[in-house]
Design a binder for this molecule. Structure first.
Ligand code: DHB
Ligand code: MG
Length: 224
């Protein structure tokens, strides 16, 4: 009942102030047709990711977990000329679908999808000469969030924002009787954030069409 209300409110503001681009609708349709789980960010959060990236003036964005490219498209839609987004996806079918979805937009040349193990690819990235990422959006395997965090630091600079999706998961992270690998991963991730003096963070709980969830925002500071 309450969730219906959350969804209605999302839809109200989506129609009133965001006026969704039909290409995002098309991405959702393609993902549904391909049988992907409906776990992309909502439209209203997609617009929010876009605004955040624009506010930061983000030119280099890393996304961990492409799925069908929905959040990828929102984040890429604000990249300036010369900007680049790299998205990491383990599943070749998903990455092919994401590529097709991103081809609906003109910014496709700014987006690379690296197929394969994200942790391996992040380690590779640390060895190539490229600018630090301004924004890193962690949205892959929840059990691997601690490893993503560890590998994000060498790809960051002071001022990089690391943002993690799904850190509340309907409150399940607080159910101690149900410590799944995902919950353990999210728990350890925050313990690592807390223990690292370079990181300053907060958590934002959200409600909406996807239920009760939340994001962590982690600002990378200077090396101690
Ligand atoms: C779920 C939601 C997500 O955004 C995600 O990245 C993975 C799983 C979920 O609701 O199960
Ligand atoms: Mg997610």
């Amino acid at each position: 009942m309450i969730r219906e209300l959350w969804k209605e409110i999302d839809n109200h503001y989506l129609d009133l102030i965001i006026k969704p681009d039909p290409r995002f609708e098309k991405i959702q349709q393609n993902c549904a047709k391909a049988g992907l789980p409906t776990i992309s960010v909502s439209n209203i959060h997609g617009q929010w990711l876009k605004l955040l990236a624009r506010l930061m003036g983000a030119k280099h964005i890393l996304e961990i977990g492409t799925l069908g490219g929905f959040s990828t498209a929102w984040l890429a839609s604000t990249l300036p000329i010369g900007g680049k987004l790299i998205s990491l996806e383990r599943d070749p079918d998903r990455s092919a679908l994401a590529r097709k979805n991103l081809d609906l937009f003109e910014f496709q040349a700014k987006v690379e999808i690296w197929v394969g193990d994200a942790l391996h690819n992040m380690a590779e990235m640390a060895n190539i000469d490229q600018p630090a990422f301004d924004l890193i959006f962690i949205d892959g395997e929840k059990s691997q969030y601690p490893d993503y965090l560890e590998r994000s630091i060498p790809l960051s600079r002071p001022g990089t924002l690391i943002m993690a999706d799904n850190v509340i998961k309907h409150g399940s992270v607080f159910n101690e009787d149900l410590l799944t690998p995902d919950q353990k991963g999210i728990g350890k991730f925050h313990e690592m954030v807390a223990a690292d003096p370079r990181l300053e963070a907060s958590v934002l709980q959200t409600v909406g069409e996807k239920g009760h969830d939340g994001y962590s925002f982690i600002l990378v500071g200077d090396s101690p």
